[in-house]
Design a protein around this ligand. Structure first.
Ligand SMILES: NC(=O)c1ccc[n+]([C@@H]2O[C@H](COP(=O)([O-])OP(=O)(O)OC[C@H]3O[C@@H](n4cnc5c(N)ncnc54)[C@H](OP(=O)(O)O)[C@@H]3O)[C@@H](O)[C@H]2O)c1
Length: 257
């Protein structure tokens, strides 16, 4: 099967493309890097020629409210139109667990629009909502740093390894469209502040991390379980300590730590 991975150069895309190839599929990584731009439409018709499945694991390059909305709205419309013209049989998109509960956030309002365009479109689809990636924890600390402390909401989450995200998305991509949403998550639940603290320690990042009941997540107020998936979520295998050990090993091998 020809499977086009939009955002194929990104964190999830670059793990997904080789997994699909290992299973004998013709996986094509598509992104501005390789001349395919879903916002301008450049290269899309050519990339989608003969494709059965399109997997959208792209992300907006800028996260201000208007920019992120414009990205997901324009990109999703362009993709779905080009998919209809090319006869694509399955559109798979990566979204976030709890998206519909996070409409106070500009980023999540854009993801809500992305999901709605897909649901209301003509292409059979599956939306995969993932929890936060372990790889995102350092960035979460950075965007939650007020210059003195890292302030995080006093809530639970169930993050997962990007590798497990890519495996789960790959399984969905080669299956039948569900015309619905599946949730995927990690094997363990944590307090957000607790896990970010545990992520920063081996990086020798000494910033103080506190749970602040008034702190927002991407501009939205969280309830205790806003980010936690439901009981039917498909769970990844990699627990946090295993991921930490593996990523420390890779960083040492790459000379980055
Ligand atoms: N971070 C989390 O914890 C989390 C959790 C759940 C779900 N998600 C979702 O996961 C998805 C992927 O996230 P990620 O962190 O893997 O992304 P990422 O590493 O930031 O990669 C973004 C990708 O999007 C591509 N891209 C940017 N502009 C594009 C355009 N105009 N046309 C086509 N491709 C474009 C980039 O291509 P170039 O390299 O060529 O610029 C890159 O391949 C997002 O939709 C996000 O909402 C994230």
């Amino acid at each position: 099967m020809k499977i086009v991975v939009i955002g194929g150069s990104g964190l999830i895309g670059s793990k997904l493309v080789p997994k699909l190839r290992e299973h004998g599929h013709e996986a094509v990584a598509a992104s501005p890097n390789s001349g395919v731009n879903t916002v301008t439409g450049e290269g899309l018709a050519e990339a989608l020629k003969g494709a059965s499945v399109v997997v959208d694991v792209s992300n907006a390059p800028a996260w201000e409210d208007a920019a992120v909305m414009s990205f997901f709205e324009t990109s999703t419309r362009n993709l779905l139109n080009h998919e209809a013209a090319a006869g694509v049989k399955h559109h798979v998109a990566l979204s976030v667990v709890g998206t519909d509960r996070l409409s106070e956030s500009g980023y999540f309002r854009a993801k809500i629009v992305q999901e709605k365009l897909i649901r209301n479109g003509t292409i059979p689809y599956t939306i995969v909502q993932a929890t936060q990636f372990f790889e995102f924890l350092k960035q979460l600390a950075d965007i939650s740093f007020d210059g003195k402390k890292v302030r995080l909401p006093d809530a639970l989450f169930q993050p997962m390894a990007a590798d497990d995200v890519a495996s789960a998305v790959g399984r969905v991509a080669v299956g039948q469209p569900l015309n619905g949403t599946v949730e995927i998550g990690g094997p363990e639940t944590f307090r957000i502040d607790e896990l970010v603290r545990r992520r920063l320690a081996p990086l020798n990042d000494s910033r103080e991390v506190i749970a602040d009941p008034n702190a927002l997540y991407s501009g939205a107020k969280l309830d205790e379980r806003t980010l936690v998936p439901g009981k039917d979520a498909r769970l990844g295998e990699t627990n946090f300590e295993t991921w930490l050990t593996q990523s420390a090993g890779k960083a040492t091998a790459a000379g980055t730590r």
